[in-house]
Design a protein around this ligand. Structure first.
Ligand SMILES: [Zn+2]
Ligand SMILES: [Zn+2]
Length: 357
């Protein structure tokens, strides 16, 4: 079939909306008609060369839509089901999947190169994170289209496909925040705001949000932070205010400096969690002696979540009004305005622009 895709031919040339060919779903695959797709920081990182992609590429990996067709052997979804796209194929056979850590599935692909169902003039287009959701339709393995029952707007549920699960899961799964604990969150973009909400729902007694931008600090307070402070001198202030450091710090910036800050701000025995995406070449230097204070630093990918289980739980928290999605989306734009949306996200002031189809 023919469909419309937003194609990036180069890193800085913007997106062209083009008619492309999409193959019918093969065995085990489904076709999803997209309803909404967020512009995630990782899409920007892919353009900036922080992630591996091959141009021309179709970005987009934070999507929600409706199953429109299914290939042979598909049992987990049917035509008409509302789904959220997952970027872990959860292959079920690799060591990560066998351990039950599907976020570490070895079949996760940032790039599909010159393979796949989406072609322009006979040439396969790369699809970022094996989704390529800046397109009116996608064809993906059934495990990457997770059925979710919810009354929420697709412009909100799409965020569960990446940013919300990444941040919320970092707090509730990776850090396993316990009731009464104190939590610091560095970086109050979409992921950080979801981490704050995860900490709140887990029962944190105090949540300290750190961000250099006033607008984001205000958003942090709206979703449950107890206080929101400027990035300057944040570590000293938090250590002083909490009499020795927080139980848990969650870094959602993606800079080595913020990772070190997150480590330095936890108490003896505290847990620092790294969520932000650094460049491949960056390294982190820590005060080694502090490791003997039983402080830990741990990475978190996809919120250590199992999408097949956790997407529904997160959506249900939204339905119950416990998890707020509205403060996470500054703006929705029609898919055809993808270039304007990217420009706004690049400015760095907005948390999330969501494209609707
Ligand atoms: Zn796997
Ligand atoms: Zn993402």
């Amino acid at each position: 079939m023919k469909t419309q895709a937003a194609i990036a031919h180069t890193a800085d040339g913007g997106f062209d909306l083009c008619e492309v060919d999409l193959a019918a779903p093969s065995r085990g695959e489904v076709r999803v008609r997209m309803q909404a797709c967020g512009i995630c920081r990782s899409d920007l990182s892919a353009l900036e060369g922080k992630e591996t992609v091959e141009f021309p590429v179709v970005l987009g990996h934070e999507g929600a839509g409706i199953v429109e067709a299914v290939g042979d052997g598909v049992g987990s979804v049917k035509e008409g089901d509302a789904v959220i796209l997952s970027w872990t194929p959860a292959c079920g056979t690799c060591p990560g999947c066998l351990r039950g850590e599907v976020q570490l599935c070895e079949a996760v692909n940032m790039t599909t190169g010159s393979r796949g169902p989406l072609t322009l003039n006979g040439r396969a287009l790369d699809r970022f994170m094996a989704l390529g959701a800046f397109c009116e339709h996608v064809v993906v393995p059934q495990a990457m289209a997770v059925p979710v029952h919810t009354g929420l707007d697709p412009a909100h549920t799409c965020l569960i496909g990446c940013g919300v699960t990444t941040g919320f899961g970092a707090a509730v799964n990776t850090a396993a925040v316990r009731w009464g604990e104190t939590v610091a969150v560095f970086g109050c973009g979409g992921v950080g705001l979801a981490a704050i909400q995860g900490a709140r729902i887990a029962g944190a007694s105090r949540i300290l949000a750190v961000d250099p931008l006033e607008g984001r600090r205000q958003a942090a307070l709206r979703v449950g932070a107890s206080s929101a402070i400027d990035a300057q001198d944040a570590v000293n202030r938090i250590v002083r205010d909490t009499h020795g450091g927080v139980d848990v710090a969650i870094e959602c910036v993606g800079s080595p400096a913020a990772m070190v800050n997150a480590f330095n701000v936890v108490r003896s025995g505290g847990r620092s969690i790294v969520v932000g995406l650094p460049a491949y070449t960056e390294t982190v230097e820590l005060p080694a002696i502090m490791l003997l204070r039983e402080k830990s630093i741990k990475g978190s990918i996809y919120g250590s979540a199992n999408p097949r289980v956790d997407f529904q739980k997160i959506a249900s928290l939204g339905d119950q009004g416990q998890l707020q999605f509205e403060p996470l989306v500054d703006k929705t734009r029609h898919f055809s305005e993808i270039n304007e949306g990217f420009a706004e996200m690049r400015e760095g002031k907005l948390t999330r622009v969501v494209l609707t189809f």
